[in-house]
Design a protein around this ligand. Structure first.
Ligand code: SF4
Length: 400
């Protein structure tokens, strides 16, 4: 802001873990300026045209009409200088497009309320949300001076802003239940979301707590399939193959470790699985070792992961999927993928350390959060039967 009247403060509800967030810059292990077409909003484009025409060279089109140009060799933004943003350095934050200014923060409107949370595709957010000392997820009242130029209002017409908040809070709190396994929590949320879909929106605030409390009594028996874990990896590899080609070395390492632990190899073109041994035995062995100590050691982190996903998606009102039932199924399938990846990174029965967990969570999120279209995932998951509660229950590992 150069001179003049400062912008008026805008009330904001921000996830508590963002109090401590600072971009790691040149210390970041997977900078967000690489491999992504960061969009430039119209307000900033017009600012460049009027006051900084030299910056127009850094603007091109691609994933959107106006994006920041990337170096064809490094695949990083042409304005990235030694791990830090050159535009931020030379011109200040006013000249950053919304995508660059806010990432990894996600800002959403609910009527008159504005909420800010953050994406697990940033490694520092993963550390703060999954391993921070304080409870990361309460909404804290604060103010800001900038919100994105375009903000969709996610509040359903039938609910007030307070009622929408109460529904989101009910799911977040249920996900933090320290007396339940993360696997049980995950399927409880699926069950409650399905029940909520059967009643009218205006009754959600009154019904959601009750439906979450009684979910255990309504769960269908798990219906497993020996091939599910292998199919999870196969579909993940298929999604990667079908998406825009960019280097994802961290994700590649995670997937290769999964293949090794499961004793399979997936052809990256034909998407066929070759197994080195009797594959169901490999997964059965992993589940046994997981239950010795890794499951309890990683349970607090996995509960927080579920909360972080709900927070990131302002569940049940936003996120990947057409409605609440589909959105929670997508989260549950991601949970199953993450759980399997963690299992595959055990050393004997010792769980992966925090640094490895951050790498697994962040690299999966960086890919899965940026799938533009749910069509392929929906088709693959439907074919596998994973939109059915009993199949999902087995998939997330809730043995009943
Ligand atoms: S991913 Fe996060 S920590 Fe890394 S450069 Fe981007 S905002 Fe900073």
């Amino acid at each position: 802001m150069k001179g003049g009247t400062p912008p008026p403060p805008i009330p904001l509800r921000r996830a508590a873990f963002l109090d401590a967030f600072e971009c790691l810059g040149d210390k970041c292990e997977d900078t967000c300026c690489k491999g992504w077409g960061m969009q430039l909003d119209p307000a900033r484009l017009s600012l460049y045209q009027k006051e900084a025409p030299e910056l127009l060279d850094a603007v091109t089109s691609g994933e959107a009409e106006h994006i920041m140009r990337r170096d064809p060799v490094t695949d990083a933004c042409v304005k990235l200088e030694g791990g830090w943003c050159g535009i931020h350095k030379s011109r200040g934050t006013e000249f950053l497009g919304d995508a660059c200014y806010f990432y990894p923060r996600i800002t959403r409107a609910f009527g008159n309320d504005t909420y800010m949370t953050a994406a697990l595709s940033c490694p520092e957010v993963v550390r703060l949300a999954l391993y921070g000392e304080k409870d990361p997820f309460p909404w804290k009242e604060t103010v800001t001076t900038r919100v994105p130029v375009e903000m969709k209002d996610y509040k359903p017409d039938a609910l007030t802003s307070e009622e929408a908040r109460a529904v989101m809070e009910a799911f977040l709190q249920a996900a933090g239940d320290g007396t339940a396994t993360p696997e049980r929590i995950m399927i409880r949320l699926v069950n409650a979301a399905q029940s909520l879909m059967t009643i009218t929106e205006k009754d959600w605030p009154q019904a959601v707590g009750f439906l979450l409390r009684i979910a255990d009594t309504k769960l269908l028996p798990p219906e497993g399939n020996d091939t599910d874990p292998y199919r999870l990896v196969n579909i993940l590899v298929g999604l990667i193959a079908a998406s825009k080609k960019t280097n994802r070395p961290r994700l590649d390492e995670v997937v290769e470790r999964m293949e090794k632990a499961l004793q399979i190899r997936i052809d990256r073109v034909a998407l066929t699985i070759t197994s080195a041994t009797r594959t169901p035995d490999a997964h059965v062995g992993l589940e046994k070792r997981w239950g010795v100590k890794a499951a309890s050691a990683l349970a607090p982190m996995l509960r927080r992961w579920i909360q972080a996903e709900l927070s990131m998606m302002a569940f049940p009102f936003a996120g990947f999927g057409a409605d609440m039932r589909e959105r929670i199924a997508f989260i549950a399938i991601r949970f199953a993928t993450l759980r399997l990846a963690l299992m595959c990174h055990m050393s004997d029965d010792t769980p992966p350390d925090a640094g490895t967990v951050v790498k697994i969570v962040q690299s999966l999120s960086r890919f899965l959060d940026h799938l533009a279209d749910p069509t392929f995932s929906r088709m693959a998951y439907t074919e596998a039967g994973w939109f059915l509660e009993s199949r999902l229950r087995a998939l997330v590992g809730d043995a009943g």
